[in-house]
Design a protein around this ligand. Structure first.
Ligand code: OGA
Ligand code: MN
Length: 211
């Protein structure tokens, strides 16, 4: 089924090792540039067709769009026209889910993901991905779709870690992975459009290991 080159399986083993030792991981070139091009084109089509929706913040049922807090536009992958690139991305994430469960026994059993487009100047203030309305989110993943990202373009993912801040450039093909319950993070404003696929591996509701 490999329509796009796939990363070496060691890439996902490194993610598991990093999560076990420090709770976060960044892998450059986790997605082939062919796959990044296809996913980026799909995101751009959705954006140009006005098919992305302003993202909201706040608990379920009380969501509000507050662009000064969160300025991206999103669409769930489930809700997008099917295409080979989306299927390939989901297949990669399934391989990552299996690798994480094998090494870390996290009991991850599902994955939800959306496209996200930040127009120039937009960001996402400091937050945690696991909150009351989303208690099952266990591992967060961001796949960046921005080819030719340059220093100075902004848009870094800033992780606030016990040992200090760590900034990650949203360079096309790289994958950032971190524990959803403990990793405070933010998205710094970018000076050009910034595209990604953001997703969460969820644990089973009855999994007693992670509360
Ligand atoms: C999010 C988020 C990080 C990024 O959508 O919750 O934190 O780098 N995204 O896009
Ligand atoms: Mn987040």
């Amino acid at each position: 089924m490999a329509e796009f080159p796939v990363p070496p399986s060691t890439c996902f083993e490194r993610v598991a090792d990093d999560l076990a030792s420090c709770g976060w991981s960044v892998q450059q070139d986790a997605l082939s540039s062919e796959l990044v091009d296809s996913l980026a084109a799909q995101c751009k089509r959705l954006w140009q067709a006005d098919d992305l929706t302003p993202a909201a913040v706040g608990p379920l049922g009380e969501e509000l769009v507050i662009p000064s807090i969160r300025g991206d536009y999103t669409r769930w992958l489930d809700d997008c026209p099917p295409c080979i690139a989306n299927d390939q991305f989901l297949a990669l994430m399934e391989a990552l889910r299996v690798a994480l469960n094998r090494s870390l026994f996290l009991g991850l059993d599902s994955f939800e993901t959306h496209y996200a487009l930040y127009p120039p100047g937009a960001g996402y203030r400091k937050h945690l991905d696991r909150f009351k309305g989303n208690p099952l989110r266990t591992v967060s993943v961001v796949a960046y779709l921005n080819q030719h990202w340059r220093p100075g373009d902004g848009g870094e993912l800033r992780l606030h870690l016990p040992q200090g801040q760590r900034d990650i450039a949203p360079r096309g093909g790289s994958l950032a992975v971190f524990m959803s319950d403990r990793t405070v993070h933010e998205v710094l404003a970018a000076h050009r459009e910034r595209a990604s696929l953001v997703g969460w591996f969820r644990r089973r509701p009855d999994n007693p290991l992670l509360c």
